[in-house]
Design a protein around this ligand. Structure first.
Ligand code: BDR
Ligand code: CA
Length: 315
């Protein structure tokens, strides 16, 4: 049976590949997209979510507009040098012909999860603000979701915004703290694994060469990201951050995981760091005096060739 998911996203080039992978696989019942700031402002994230569903011919999937800013701090702002000023590689898509539903992302999540207990997997691939707000509205969602599989964090490796933090957690550390502290089943698909799962410019050519509208769109938006990668690392490669969360859901047997409690730093120069510590009892309480002791599942390794082959099989 198709796994029911709510995809919480800030599209974003890798968000786009992840969404299209999820849809192309046919293995998910995508109940809705919820939008969040991150790669772009939330308004543009919503516009892009609607545009992408139109390209995929899936305007039946509702889009709920999410939070415009982090829980307690200002938004750091978009990253046009990575994803384009439009979040879609500066390809100037036409405006969508559909609209977001008249319900906030957090309300949508709460309503869906409470009405289908034990069935829904939340898949956040942006800052975790909507998920934290949903927990605030209805803490019982923690026991009613099936699980949370998120892209974000860096457990045993450096961050990508700075040495400490990965972008999604950096953008709202307080929200991430709420999500990792809640008593639910969380899997963290962070930089530990997504910096291993990458596609080269040669492999990425499959997108433009495909006859699918979705893949052709991806083929148009990736050059901007590849330019960025070339400037940063001297290599034209695409880190498959958000798609790896979908790949993990599709074939968990290709991945290696570990169990650790996660503590999110919310202060100072390491704000956004996802600390893990195996000696549970010795994990010091955080700034809120809260002691997280239940482990999250941290994805740390994969058969990368097999993961990439699976991704490319859906292009
Ligand atoms: C994450 O940050 C965003 O730029 C990407 O879409 C991904 O979700 C990677 O750190
Ligand atoms: Ca994202």
């Amino acid at each position: 049976m198709a796994e029911k998911i709510i995809f919480d996203t800030d599209p974003g080039i890798d968000d786009t590949i992840a969404l299209f992978l999820a849809l192309a696989s046919g293995k998910f019942d995508v109940l809705g997209l919820t939008t969040i700031f991150g790669n772009v402002h939330t308004d543009l994230a919503t516009t892009n979510a609607l545009r992408l569903l139109e390209i995929a011919g899936r305007t039946d999937i509702p889009v709920a507009h999410g939070a415009d800013k982090p829980l307690v701090r200002p938004y750091h702002g978009p990253v046009p040098h990575i994803h384009g000023a439009d979040g879609q590689g500066d390809v100037n898509l036409p405006p969508p012909s559909t609209k977001a539903i008249d319900q906030s992302a957090a309300q949508f999540i709460v309503e869906q999860v409470m009405s289908q207990p034990g069935e829904i997997t939340l898949v956040p691939v942006g800052p975790l603000t909507n998920i934290a707000l949903a927990l605030h509205i209805q803490p019982k969602i923690a026991e009613k979701v099936k699980r949370v599989v998120l892209m974000g964090g860096a457990a045993l490796v450096p961050g990508n915004v700075n040495p400490a933090a990965e972008a999604n957690i950096f953008n709202d550390p307080e929200a991430a703290h709420v999500v990792f502290s809640a008593p639910w089943d969380v899997t963290m698909v962070g930089l530990d694994i997504t910096h291993q799962v990458l596609l080269t410019d040669e492999q990425l050519k499959a997108f433009a060469a495909s006859d699918k509208a979705t893949s052709q769109h991806v083929g148009k938006i990736i050059p901007l990201y590849l330019d960025f990668a070339h400037k940063m690392m001297g290599r034209q490669v695409m880190y498959m951050h958000d798609p790896t969360a979908i790949s993990y859901l599709l074939k968990p047997e290709l991945f290696e995981t570990r169990q650790y409690p996660v503590r999110v730093e919310t202060q100072g120069m390491s704000s956004g760091k996802t600390w893990v510590w195996s000696r549970t009892g010795d994990f010091p309480p955080d700034h809120f005096g809260y002691n997280v002791d239940h482990p999250a599942t941290i994805v740390v390794g994969a058969d990368v060739e097999a993961v990439n082959a699976m991704t490319l099989s859906y292009v």
